[in-house]
Design a protein around this ligand. Structure first.
Ligand SMILES: *Cc1c(COP(=O)(O)O)cnc(C)c1O
Length: 235
């Protein structure tokens, strides 16, 4: 199947999950995770109606950004502080704020260009040493510290759950939904909680059932990457 077929297949599945659980399909943002895939495939996906793409490496993103116009970009990988300056004016949403110093740097670079940068907090929901993100027991302290940073706007939370069976994945997603509702209750000036980013190729239907409104799909749209899933954790 080609990319356009993959996208329409996924859209149909999103629609049937939404119908089944009484959700509005317009609530769901599909991010096409284009990391490792060439520009031609992104253009193909764009022609098929996809308009948000997720990248996880700064160098690779910058090259694609120059070559593909008229789409929106999300940064979904671990972001090094010293690279924030290259992407700050080009990215619509950073999914992966996992550390206070990183947030401070994003805030500083955003201020310099008079921007308020939309970000999500990455939660290490399975408390895995191999993954980035704040632990849930640190989340509310972390939020409090972020509330001082006026040039970032906290739009929600994101996770990559442990690679286990779908029942445990669902458990982690439920936990995320709970945290999402709790974070929504905070009334810090720079918090405008709207997004729960969770669900990838293997589990996006479960994610939607449990309340996700941003899903990030790579393989299901673009096919296999030439490196293994294990690498996702450390990008
Ligand atoms: C690679 C990646 C995805 C996409 O994974 P697939 O299983 O290929 O859909 C989603 N989110 C993040 C953070 C990723 O790094």
């Amino acid at each position: 199947m080609g990319i356009a077929d993959n996208i329409s297949h996924i859209n149909e599945r999103i629609k049937s999950v939404c119908d089944r659980c009484g959700r509005d399909i317009d609530e769901i943002i599909l991010v096409g995770v284009s990391k490792t895939h060439p520009v031609e495939k992104i253009v193909e996906a764009k022609m098929a109606g996809l308009y948000v793409f997720g990248e996880s490496k700064v160098q690779e993103f910058l090259k694609k950004y120059e070559e593909v116009k008229g789409v929106r970009w999300h940064f979904i990988g671990h972001l090094q502080k010293n690279k924030v300056k290259y992407i700050i004016d080009k990215i619509e949403l950073i999914h992966s704020v996992d550390d206070y110093e990183l947030a401070v740097e994003i805030n500083k670079r955003a201020e310099k260009i008079n921007k308020t940068m939309d970000v999500l907090i990455q939660v290490n929901i399975g408390k895995e040493e191999t993954k980035y993100g704040v632990y849930e027991d640190e989340l509310f302290d972390f939020c409090k510290r972020l509330s001082e940073l006026k040039n970032i706007r906290i739009k929600g939370i994101m996770c990559i759950p442990p690679n286990e069976d779908l029942d445990s994945t669902r458990f982690y997603f439920k936990r995320m939904k709970f945290l999402f509702e709790e974070v929504k209750k905070l009334n810090y000036d720079n918090f405008d909680i709207e997004y729960l980013s969770m669900g990838m190729t293997g589990d996006y239907e479960v994610a939607i059932e449990e309340g996700a409104n941003i899903i990030r799909i790579g393989t299901g749209i673009f096919g296999e990457r030439d490196y293994k899933k294990e690498d996702i954790k450390n990008e």
